[in-house]
Design a protein around this ligand. Structure first.
Ligand SMILES: [Cu+2]
Length: 476
């Protein structure tokens, strides 16, 4: 399922619809995004690139002075700014150009009240003064900031400006990172969402090699992660009830830390198989898979919270002895959180350990929004099965696919079967950390179907992907 990019208009229209769903979820009822700015007063100085019937520019403070030092072009997309981070060498006067490639109205609002608005497909620009402390900006359309439309302009690599409410003032959680993005960060590596194949035979020798390494966990953010096998999540494993699993855990000599593994699919003593091994050591973790389900495995070395938060988890699927019925396609998603540490360093244990944790990102298969960038293709009308795990470490998942209904759910051994008496269905599967499920569904028509946790505060923080049924274009 790699490199399956959609044409932009369909992706955008879907995200726009999704954005509207998102904004409609706020209790604080405001004008709709398209209606909001039409009654905004227009004090001064329109610098519109094209004629428009909405206030393109609102300026509150004095006009900028001095020579223009450069132009910063910012794309407004549904929902976000691209790029959302700039670094300029000097403070002074800059032209800010907003290119709205989205399908709904967006703006760039600065703390002093200056606002550049552009309707779908429009470009608007204005010159602004960037002070020596840099500046943060948002989209002031209700809900857009909270959904992730925030950005930063730093001066000389530093930004000390505080974000201020230039718009809606919802007081909702802003995606304002205390770690600045790095535009030189390597591109993330796509995690293949296709579910693993059932291992053949009944005794499986599996090498699980620890690897401590840098990883791009979201565009612009690199963390020094700890992994099983060089990926987050670790390798997905699939066996059946009755199989013997012999995991050879290896901690290479160049690791910095001891590590361990805990397979929830096993019944073994904590102080036997799960003990930590030092760099340069290996051990055998052997168990018989006796119970079917979607199970977590993770490093349990103290502090286990940090070893999980920093990437050491994975999924093992145990099928019933008789196997699962065939379906058209199968995928596997592990939901987890990132608590960003400084660029290139470990994730923050302090942030992860908060009593009310506030992850910077909540992700499917390790990387923020990777299946939004690379929609997963499926066949319309055909049965799809997804294996789900919430690896946490601390946040629940409410797994939901916009536009479909799960006809089959097997969550922690409790089953909803298709064609049940009464024809009950399921809209979202609640998973606490370390819980797993299997869901099955099909799409009624060609189109795009967002993959989310319906804990909507996290949708703007990376927990958003897409299924593309057929060619992604509804036929009506
Ligand atoms: Cu570990």
């Amino acid at each position: 399922m790699r490199n399956q990019y959609l044409s932009r208009p369909y992706l955008i229209s879907s995200i726009a619809i999704f954005a509207l769903i998102l904004t409609s979820c706020y209790k604080d009822v405001r004008p709709t995004p398209t209606a909001a700015p039409t009654n905004t007063p227009i004090p001064v100085q329109p610098v519109a690139a094209k004629p428009t019937d909405i206030p393109a520019i609102v300026r509150v403070s004095a006009p900028p002075q001095g020579a223009v030092l450069g132009t910063l072009e910012i794309k407004g997309i549904d929902i976000g700014f691209s790029p959302n981070f700039f670094n300029v060498d000097k403070a002074g006067r800059y032209i800010i150009k907003l290119v709205n490639t989205g399908s709904i109205l967006h703006d760039i609002s600065f703390p002093d009240g200056t606002k550049i608005s552009a309707k779908a497909g429009e470009t608007q620009q204005a010159d602004v003064m960037i002070g020596p402390e840099g500046v943060k900006f948002i989209c002031s359309i209700p809900g857009h900031k909270e959904a992730g439309m925030v950005g930063t302009i730093s001066v000389g690599g530093k930004v000390t400006a505080k974000e201020e409410e230039a718009g809606g003032g919802h007081g909702g959680p802003a995606v304002a990172f205390d770690v600045l993005p790095n535009d030189k960060a390597p591109a993330y590596k796509l995690y293949d969402p296709v579910a693993p194949k059932l291992l053949t035979g009944t005794v499986h020798d599996i090498d699980l090699v620890v690897k401590e390494m840098p990883m791009t966990v979201a565009k612009g953010f690199v963390q020094s992660v700890w992994t099983f096998g060089g990926t987050v999540p670790g390798p997905m494993i699939r066996v059946k009830v009755g199989d013997t699993v012999r995991v050879h855990l290896k901690n290479p000599a160049d690791s910095k830390l001891p590590h361990s593994v805990d397979f929830h699919a096993s019944k073994v003593a904590w102080n036997d198989e799960m003990t930590s091994i030092n760099p340069g050591e290996e051990k055998l973790y052997e168990f018989k898979a006796e119970f079917a389900g979607v199970w977590m495995y993770h490093c349990g070395t103290a502090p286990a919270l940090h070893h999980i938060a920093n990437g050491m988890y994975g999924m093992i699927i145990v099928e019933p002895k008789e196997g699962l019925p065939p379906v058209d396609k199968e995928f596997a998603f592990v939901q987890s959180e990132w608590y960003l540490g400084p660029q290139g360093e470990l994730s923050s244990l302090t942030k992860a350990a908060a009593a009310a944790p506030a992850p910077d990102y909540v992700v499917f298969n390790g990387v923020a929004n990777q299946y939004l960038d690379n929609p997963i293709k499926i066949n319309t009308g055909k049965k799809v099965r997804v294996f789900l795990l919430d690896a946490g470490p601390s946040t629940d998942s409410s797994f939901h696919i916009v536009g479909t209904i799960f006809d089959t759910v097997i969550k922690e051994g409790v089953q909803l079967t298709a064609d049940n008496k009464g024809n009950y269905g399921s809209q979202a599967v609640d998973l606490s950390p370390a819980q797993g499920a299997i869901v099955e569904f099909s799409m009624a028509e060609d189109g795009l179907y967002p993959i989310v946790t319906h804990a909507f505060n996290f949708v703007g923080r990376g927990a958003l992907g897409l299924f593309q049924a057929g060619d992604g274009k509804p036929k009506k």
